[in-house]
Structures are given as C-alpha cells and as structure tokens.
Write a protein that binds this ligand. Structure first.
Ligand code: K1U
Ligand code: ZN
Length: 175
C-alpha cells in the first residue's frame, strides 16, 4: 500500500523567502526525489500546474510541472532548469500564482523558449516550449530567481494587486 506524501505549506506574498535567489541542487542530492514527490502532491491538491521549491520554503533550484488533466497525469520534475533560448516573438497570457491565490493578470513573455534541466535519473533534458507550457516554465524559473508574475506588470497594476491581496489576508486573519 502506497502512503500519500505529506503536503507542504505554500508560502504567500509577501514572504521574503519568495524574493530570494534559490541555490543550485548538487548532483545526487538525496533529498530531491522525496521533496519532488511532496511538491507534486501539493501542486495537484492546490490545484496548480506548476510549483517551485522556494514556494514551499526550500531554497533549491527545483521545479515540478504538470499541464495534463487528473486522469492522464504527466509530471515533470526539473532539477536546475534554465532558459537557454527565447523567441523575439512575445505572447500575452493570463497567469495565476499559488503564492498569490485568487489573483490573475495578463503577462507578456517570449512566446517560445528552450529550457534545459536535469531529471531525477540524472539525465540532461531539453524542451522547446510554446503556449501554456512556455508561460508556466518561465513563471516557475522566475520563482527560482525571486521574481513573481506581478513583477512583469506595470507598477500601478502590481501595487493594486498586492494591496488588495494584503487586505484580503488581513480580513482572513480577523475572521
Ligand atoms: O507557480 C505557481 O504559482 C503555479 C501557477 C503556475 C502558472 C499558472 C498559469 C500560468 C503560468 C504559471 C499555477 O498553477 S496557478 C493555478 C492555475 O493556473 C491552474 C489551476 C488549476 C487548473 C489549471 C490552472
Ligand atoms: Zn507562482
């Protein structure tokens, strides 16, 4: 019988750990398979399509992604992912963030990106992504550098969103 992995608490804005550049994962770090499994369980439960280790308080360059529906899951575990190429063409897409739940905004990013990473078996992998996968991979790799999707918005939109979220959190604490 397989026990479900324990879920991890997701840090919310303005936690300063979300603004810290994460450290590279050392080759063969024995903590990574179990952490990735817990991150995937946490992401599916949220629900979300991606999660970066800093969002669960781990300063490590580790990301999990799955864009598929529940009945045909295709989890990707990406160790030390890097954007190695980006198109000049840009695409705008609505994004959300599990660290800023309930808030969405249109973000403009390169439409196509090449991303390289190491998988859990230690193999080097590469994908050329477009559409939602391109946006999601850029969003997750941004988290590893302490960057949030609101940083891609105008200062006016960003501040409005962050103030509204802070107000909501304060009201929740009062309830
Ligand atoms: O990193 C995160 O905070 C996760 C985030 C990823 C993301 C979403 C959209 C565009 C770019 C990156 C989310 O998963 S927010 C939740 C979400 O988008 C979603 C939830 C359930 C079904 C489908 C999407
Ligand atoms: Zn996010």
């Amino acid at each position: 019988m397989n026990a479900e992995p324990d879920l991890l608490p997701i840090l919310l804005v303005p936690d300063p750990r979300l603004r810290t550049k994460a450290k590279p994962v050392a080759p063969g770090d024995p903590r990574i398979p179990a952490l990735a499994e817990r991150m995937l369980a946490t992401m599916y439960k949220a629900p979300g399509i991606g999660l970066a280790a800093p969002q669960v308080g781990e300063s490590l360059r580790l990301v999990v992604v799955d864009l598929q529906a529940e009945d045909r899951r295709e989890p990707m575990v990406m160790v030390n992912p890097e954007v190695t190429g980006a198109s000049r063409d840009l695409a705008a897409r609505e994004e959300g963030c599990l660290s800023l739940p309930g808030h969405f905004a249109e973000v403009t990013r390169p439409a196509v990106v090449k991303v390289r990473w190491t998988d859990l078996s230690g193999a080097r992998r590469e994908v050329e992504a477009d559409g939602l996968l391109a946006a999601c991979l850029q969003h997750e790799i941004d988290h590893l550098d302490g960057v949030l999707f609101v940083d891609h918005l105008s200062a006016l939109k960003r501040n409005m969103m962050l103030r509204k979220f802070a107000k909501e959190q304060k009201a929740k604490q009062r309830d």
